[in-house]
Ligand binder design. Structure first.
Ligand SMILES: Nc1nc2c(ncn2[C@@H]2O[C@H](COP(=O)(O)OP(=O)(O)OP(=O)(O)O)[C@@H](O)[C@H]2O)c(=O)[nH]1
Length: 362
């Protein structure tokens, strides 16, 4: 029998730096033989464009959160990898990293990794790495049960964006993390810079310990009817409040929805950035995640990548070139109680705005 291939699950709340870490790690020659499974939340996946890897090396899970699609899709992804391996097509790999969506509850993923006969026959769960964004972690842990679970099941926690916060917050965060998960080492990773050795660690994954830990989470899971949450399919007017808090406590917040906005024509940067500024000032708390690739009239060959995480909008990044032939502006939003229609309508107002001409003096 061939040796089971180690699998790392990389999880962490929306915008906490998973893709940034993964993109950095994949530059390391030691990880050349790594297959990646990415689960993107939203109708227009962008992460795979930003990972700078050719599409054939990535397996994308269907839209939606891992918890809803995990059994079929994740098993299907592993089967596809196995088929590629046997047929000697695609990249040769001796390791797999799964990047989950930020809203994913890790328990069903780990459950599948540990219980499905096909998966356990070929793969073994090596470790769970959770990114925690130092800027937003305190509020995220207060408000989102998924984030707490992600931190609690981690073998290692990557504390990201430590460049943006100072003491005493950092110390308070470390205290909170160690209360949640005393065993996990906490590694600071600024802009995805992390040693491969720190990431994978020298101590091998202990199946016995992990099983007990995960079982605790799975017990919580058992209380929930595993209905399809469908939060990414919510349309206008579908954002209802759930009365039954007991049942819903561990489910995704039904106020959260994900959608994308696409523009075929290039947009004016002046108008676009004024719009971003406006929505982040007005509704920053409810913009759980905004990311996008923008075609700007002024330099259509160099797309701009934008990232917003709650109230923080990161510096826009100009790419040297488009990652593929799709040159449309594509924005992914994960919001709380903000409809696509409102986002779309406000962008329409701003997007064609030209820089104002100098005011005439006569
Ligand atoms: N200043 C700073 N910015 C960071 C750091 N790590 C990530 N970022 C920025 O944070 C934003 C979100 O990072 P991503 O890597 O896309 O986060 P993610 O967890 O993959 O996001 P989702 O997949 O949407 O949940 C990007 O603009 C990154 O450049 C860091 O250590 N410091």
């Amino acid at each position: 029998m061939t040796k089971a291939i180690p699998v790392t699950v990389l999880t962490g709340f929306l915008g906490s730096g998973k893709t940034t870490v993964l993109a950095q790690l994949l530059k390391n020659p030691k990880l050349e033989k790594t297959a990646i499974i990415v689960n993107e939340f939203g109708e227009v996946g962008l992460d795979h464009d930003l990972l700078e890897r050719s599409d054939e090396d990535l397996i994308l899970l269907a839209n939606g959160c891992v918890c809803c699609t995990v059994r079929g899709d994740l098993i299907g992804a592993f089967q596809k990898l196995e088929a590629q391996r046997l047929a000697n097509t695609g990249r040769a790999f001796d390791r797999v990293i799964i990047e989950t969506t930020g809203l994913a509850d890790p328990a069903p993923i780990l459950h599948t990794m540990m219980s499905d006969a096909f998966v356990t026959g070929h793969y073994r769960l090596e470790q769970v790495i959770t990114t925690l964004d130092a800027v937003n972690a305190m509020t995220t842990l207060d408000q989102h049960q998924e984030a707490v679970k992600q931190a609690a099941v981690a073998d290692r926690i990557l504390l990201t964006k430590t460049d943006l916060v100072a003491e005493p917050l950092l110390g308070e965060l470390r205290t909170r993390i160690s209360a949640l998960n005393p065993a996990a080492p906490v590694i600071a990773a600024v802009n995805g810079e992390v040693n491969v050795e720190d990431f994978f660690g020298s101590s091998a994954f202990d199946p016995a310990e992990k099983t007990t830990q995960v079982q605790d989470w799975l017990r919580i899971e058992a209380y929930e009817p595993h209905a399809h949450h469908g939060h990414e399919h919510h349309g206008h007017g579908d954002l209802h409040h759930h009365e039954d808090d007991e049942v819903d406590r561990n489910r995704h917040d039904d106020h959260i929805s994900a959608y994308s906005i696409i523009r075929e024509q290039p947009v004016s940067w002046a108008g676009f950035s004024a719009w971003l500024d406006m929505i982040s000032k007005l509704r920053g708390d409810d913009l759980l995640r905004v990311k996008g690739i923008v075609n700007v009239i002024q330099h259509p060959d160099r797309p701009v990548v934008i990232h917003g995480v709650q109230h923080v909008f990161h510096q826009p990044v100009f790419l040297e070139r488009w990652p593929n032939d799709d040159h449309r502006t594509r924005l992914v939003f994960i919001t709380r109680d903000i409809d696509r229609e409102d986002i779309d309508a406000t962008l329409q107002v701003f997007e064609n705005r030209r820089p104002r001409p100098a005011i005439s003096t006569n």
